[in-house]
Ligand binder design. Sequence first.
Ligand SMILES: Cc1ncc(COP(=O)(O)O)c(C=O)c1O
Length: 397
Amino acid sequence: MSDPLTLAELEEIESRHVLQNYARLPVAVASGADVWLHTVDGRRVLDLLCGLGVTSLGHAHPAVTMAIQEQAGTLLHTSNLVHLEAPTRLAQRLSLSSLGGGVLFQNSGAEANEAAIKLARRHKRGGEIVSLFKGFHGRTYGALSATPQEAKQEPFAPLVGGFRAVPPTPDAVRDAVGEGTAAVLLETVQGESGVLPIPDDVLLAAREACDEHGALLIVDEVQSGMGRTGTMWSYQGTGVTPDAITVAKALANGLPIGALVTAPHLYDVLQPGDHGSTFAGNPLVCAAALSVLDVMEAPGFLEGVTAAGARFRAGLEALEDVADVRGRGLMLAVELTPEAVERHGSAGELAGRLVTEHDVWVNGPTPSALRLLPPLTIGDAQVDEGVARIAAGLAAR
Ligand SMILES: Cc1ncc(COP(=O)(O)O)c(C=O)c1O
């Protein structure tokens, strides 16, 4: 094999041939193993972000690698015009682990939300979709229309009609939901906006208002699902059960997949021809996802997530520059003190230096908060190492 391209070579090619849609860190990754990423220049970076909540079993997990290799040598693709074992088994496992109804596969989180929005409109024709301020549901037009963030929506107006956004309070949700509402779409913990847990009374108000007006409560589990918060699905840690959930990110530990999972009463809403996607339910990604579920559903796995989350929280809370640690399980944000933000410029700038100078990868979703989405398999020693590296980065200025 030829020598890997250097960071400078990659940057040079990208400057001419890759659309400048992403602001990349000056880091070039060659490979990954468990909680570590290996850069082309020989550094070992502790990955506490998991590619934004995707590689939750760590890099190159042997069970996932084996499942992919086996399926790759058997069958990659046929379309949804025939019966296939891997997606069928996966649908059954996802359904039984959550709402017990039907599953429709997609290829990403945004697409899973598109499917959920179509389900809601098919259920109540012309109905409005209500979402919460600071929510994030994806970048495609339907999902973006349910993502009430000025910077993300404004350049792409006009958006899709029939969407409304409200603050995350019980009264605001109750006031917004009526006979004309098709669905409330929300996250239990708003990840992209800085890991903001939605209070249980808001979730309960949404559930009651949806029940009263025949609307669907759809929980976006794209980031918070798959064990991330210490339960398989984040709604299971609240007192509220939705009518549907959307899933993606960690489902296949890095292969692109999304899914809409419904309660049994919605089994017949979508009919043949209503929706479709060429790659959705592809056997390769579904085989990978089945291997992920095997690992996550093993006894003790979720208890391990909760324990590691508590250890991280305790370690981070003890740091001088930390005002608060919020989140659930291993979906955490570290709110920095105003002095620390001032010293470091912003959480984003600090996160950049953490990866380039201290070999630990987190990000800064708000100017004052670092976000951690570590591997759910992380051990005590690696948690402590992560805290120590973040502490070193904080102390460096
Ligand atoms: C809660 C939530 N929903 C949807 C999405 C969109 O997922 P994708 O990037 O796979 O389209 C994200 C991505 O960060 C997310 O966090």
